[in-house]
Design a protein around this ligand. Structure first.
Ligand SMILES: C[S@@+](CC[C@H](N)C(=O)[O-])C[C@H]1O[C@@H](n2cnc3c(N)ncnc32)[C@H](O)[C@@H]1O
Length: 190
């Protein structure tokens, strides 16, 4: 998803996604201990980093991201392909862009929203994402949110020359292109 900010910067959040090989062992151990459910979604699936692990605990999985992320050709699982192409060959995963997902007439038992809120540089859009997620959960449904909001790196990053404060977080101009934003919800040094 691209976010055009009023300061003129365009934040290309699809570039913030890490590959499958860089999954967090800690998070994977949490996912592996969940009970099995019938339906789940992974909102902001990125480069499918946690999809295989999530699949072990659900019968069907909806993966959601921007059309840019799911249609573009990129290196995934060692091959240059697109997420839409990979998913075409499976019958227990469905792929949706965020608009298709919002319009979907289905509710899920479990959702995941992993490292997504922290790359959205507009607080009002974060609230919309939360509302969409809530609307797609069954009455007893649950969602696991992962937001890295406290990290010694964040304190260090704030004082870098290529960092600028933005709303409730900050933007890092990586390679002169602020496509890898980090927005901890709390920037105060501990
Ligand atoms: C840091 S990546 C995390 C990807 C994956 N969850 C992971 O942990 O590897 C953030 C992802 O959120 C997606 N994203 C950003 N804004 C979004 C929105 N409003 N709706 C859906 N996905 C969004 C980006 O395209 C990107 O793939």
């Amino acid at each position: 998803m691209h976010y055009k900010l009023s300061c003129g910067i365009i934040v290309k959040t699809e570039n913030a996604a890490k590959p499958e090989t860089q999954g967090s062992k800690y998070l994977k151990s949490i996912l592996a201990n969940l009970t099995h459910v019938s339906t789940s979604f992974d909102y902001g699936c990125g480069k499918l980093r946690y999809v295989k692990t999530i699949l072990q605990k659900t019968d069907t999985l909806a993966i959601v991201d921007s059309e840019v992320q799911i249609s573009r050709f990129q290196k995934l699982r060692g091959t240059v392909t697109s997420i839409r192409n990979i998913i075409r060959g499976t019958n227990h995963i469905r792929v949706y862009n965020e608009t298709e997902f919002r319009e979907l007439d289905m509710k899920f038992q479990r959702g995941f929203c992993i490292n997504v809120l922290s790359v959205i540089p507009v607080p009002a859009i974060r609230m919309k994402v939360l509302a969409t997620i809530k609307s797609k959960l069954q009455r007893q449904g649950t969602c696991l949110f992962v937001v890295q909001y406290r990290n010694s790196d964040f304190t260090r990053m704030q004082s870098l020359s290529n960092t600028r404060l933005w709303r409730d977080g900050f933007l890092i101009d990586s390679l002169r292109n602020p496509s890898n934003p980090r927005q901890p919800f709390r920037c105060t040094p501990l």
